[in-house]
Design a protein around this ligand. Structure first.
Ligand SMILES: Nc1ncnc2c1ncn2[C@@H]1O[C@H](COP(=O)(O)OP(=O)(O)OP(=O)(O)O)[C@@H](O)[C@H]1O
Ligand SMILES: [Mg+2]
Length: 224
């Protein structure tokens, strides 16, 4: 379903260059749960952004169902970002001037998606908070809001950047159970985490070091 072929990405600032990704290749099959681990600065977020259609690599390709996402018309990439992918950012990126409900509403584009917002809020213990603004929420509540926003429109691929990084063990557990449920229902998960325990529970873990993948498991899955 997803194939990353030899992508490289350098960040340039004036004369300085920093190689964040160095010839990274991997394959993720439909319904898989893969975790990307690695030290801070190893390129995990950059890889996730690249896969999510948010950062164009300097070279290499990201293929979704066989199509290079950066090689198509702009409408293709817009559709991919809006419909195929759900993204949970390391810093949440909720809109500060919109309520919990309105933040989630932004991700919906079909009637049945709007109609089930309340059901999800209830499931994630956020019902009483739907009219609150992000600044009025705890970190766990913000992350659960970000989770609902990411999956409300039924994306086939959930990209989650350190979703439990700022959570206490209880909130972390709640969120992981919801991500696992999304995966059990057929969703594909690519999750970035520092937590080796979390990587143990995943179907597969991929380790990045200085922008390179250092284990051989990354290419294991055949693309679909
Ligand atoms: N916009 C940018 N401009 C310049 N350098 C950047 C930029 N974004 C990231 N970098 C650098 O690229 C490297 C990889 O960054 P990235 O955010 O992908 O790491 P990470 O593995 O997600 O780290 P963390 O675990 O701390 O979130 C880092 O050394 C970082 O300083
Ligand atoms: Mg990061």
């Amino acid at each position: 379903m997803l194939e990353v072929r030899n992508i490289s990405k350098k960040y340039k600032k004036g004369p300085d260059e920093f190689t964040a990704l160095d010839s990274v290749s991997l394959r993720i099959g439909k319904g898989e749960f893969a975790v990307i681990t690695g030290a801070s600065g190893s390129g995990k977020s950059t890889l996730l952004y690249t896969v999510g259609g948010l950062i164009r690599p300097d070279s290499g390709e990201v293929l979704f169902d066989g199509a290079g996402i950066y090689d198509q018309k702009p409408e293709f990439l817009n559709r991919y970002r809006k419909r195929d992918v759900g993204f949970m950012f390391q810093q949440f990126h909720l809109m500060p001037y919109l309520t919990v409900y309105e933040n989630i509403r932004l991700a919906c584009y079909e009637k049945h998606q709007f109609d089930r917002i309340d059901q999800y809020l209830d499931k994630c213990s956020l019902k009483g908070l739907k009219r609150k603004y992000p600044s009025e929420l705890s970190v766990g509540e913000k992350q659960r809001t970000a989770f609902i926003r990411a999956i409300i429109a039924d994306p086939v691929l959930l990209l989650a950047d350190e979703p439990t990084g700022n959570l206490d063990p209880e909130n972390s557990n709640i969120l992981m159970l919801m991500i696992e449920e999304y995966n059990r229902n057929g969703g594909t998960v690519l999750l970035v985490s520092h937590d080796p325990d979390l990587a143990k529970n995943a179907g597969r873990s991929i380790t990045l070091q200085s922008g390179k993948i250092i284990d051989a498991a990354a290419l294991q899955t055949e693309p679909e």
